[in-house]
Design a protein around this ligand. Structure first.
Ligand code: SAM
Length: 258
């Protein structure tokens, strides 16, 4: 397995000053104190290793050609999967990175994104306007792609403009630290038309940080149940506490199939 840190060392890239500033500013999800690009990139490794070790077989199964990364942020999960699985995936596999492209300046905080009561990630955008994290910026994903996955087929789906609801024959929709962290899984499932965009046998994978183990999603059991009521079969739970190297992230992965 190759980490981002190893790949960065091996492939020397000349980044502009603006690119460096952007990477340091936005890759702050795990740790907010990165001062260099190397530190920022290192912050992407642990959650990505964790997902990779937990899910690589699920990602490879049935040779997926269309993968949607819902709430992709920097796209790190998809880049890490591609970096490590590209030789085993079909050559024409496309990763569709879906998110909003919104930064602190001008962000419309009146949009009812977050439910403080039930979701760990409610702190993402504060409704009182006092503390708004500079959040998603697709330029970060574009820079990371150039560094780590230049040969990847990537499409960016800006959820303010693109309707992922119109996609079809999608093999996998996965969502990490997004659906179920910031937003209701069941609502997202319906809103983004996930059942219909998946092909028969396609997968929906989401992760849950459980409330008992820290700030988590208090209604996750109900939500998981609702997804099955809306027509997917529950396939498997990958207990996120298993991989010891990533013990800091107590996330579980819920895998459904159509
Ligand atoms: C904690 S970040 C995680 C990003 C990325 N998936 C990762 O694991 O590195 C959460 C992401 O979810 C996105 N997000 C928040 N609410 C969303 C919603 N309702 N639908 C889709 N994405 C959403 C945010 O813009 C942000 O990029």
């Amino acid at each position: 397995m190759k980490t981002f840190t190893q790949t960065l060392k091996e492939n020397k890239h000349s980044l502009s000053k603006d690119e460096k500033t952007l990477l340091i500013k936005y890759i702050s999800w795990q740790q907010r104190n990165a001062r260099t690009v190397e530190q920022a990139i290192q912050n992407l490794d642990l959650p990505s290793i964790f997902e990779y070790e937990s899910l690589k077989d699920e990602i490879l199964e049935n040779s997926p050609k269309k993968i949607v990364d819902l709430g992709c942020g920097s796209g790190r999960s998809s880049f890490f999967f591609f970096m490590n699985l590209k030789k085993q995936l079909p050559r024409d596999t496309t990763f569709m990175l879906a998110d909003y492209d919104r930064v602190a300046d001008g962000y419309d905080i009146t949009k009812p994104f977050f439910d403080k009561e039930n979701f760990a990630g409610a702190q993402g955008y504060m409704r009182d306007n006092k503390f708004i994290l500079p959040y998603n910026n697709f330029n970060v994903a574009k820079i990371l792609k150039n560094i780590f996955c230049p040969t990847m087929n990537m499409e960016i789906l800006n959820l303010d403009e693109n309707k992922i609801q119109n996609l079809s024959q999608v093999d996998i929709v996965y969502s990490f630290a997004s659906i179920g962290y910031h937003y209701s899984i069941a609502t997202a499932f319906e809103e983004y038309n996930i059942k219909n965009i998946l092909r028969s046998g396609g997968k929906f994978i989401c992760d849950i940080q459980r409330a008992p183990s820290g700030p988590g999603h208090k209604k996750y059991e109900e939500e998981i149940e609702q997804v099955t009521q809306m027509g997917l079969k529950f396939k498997k739970l990958v207990d996120g506490r298993a991989p010891s190297r990533a013990a800091c992230h107590l996330r579980d992965f819920y895998i459904f199939t159509k």
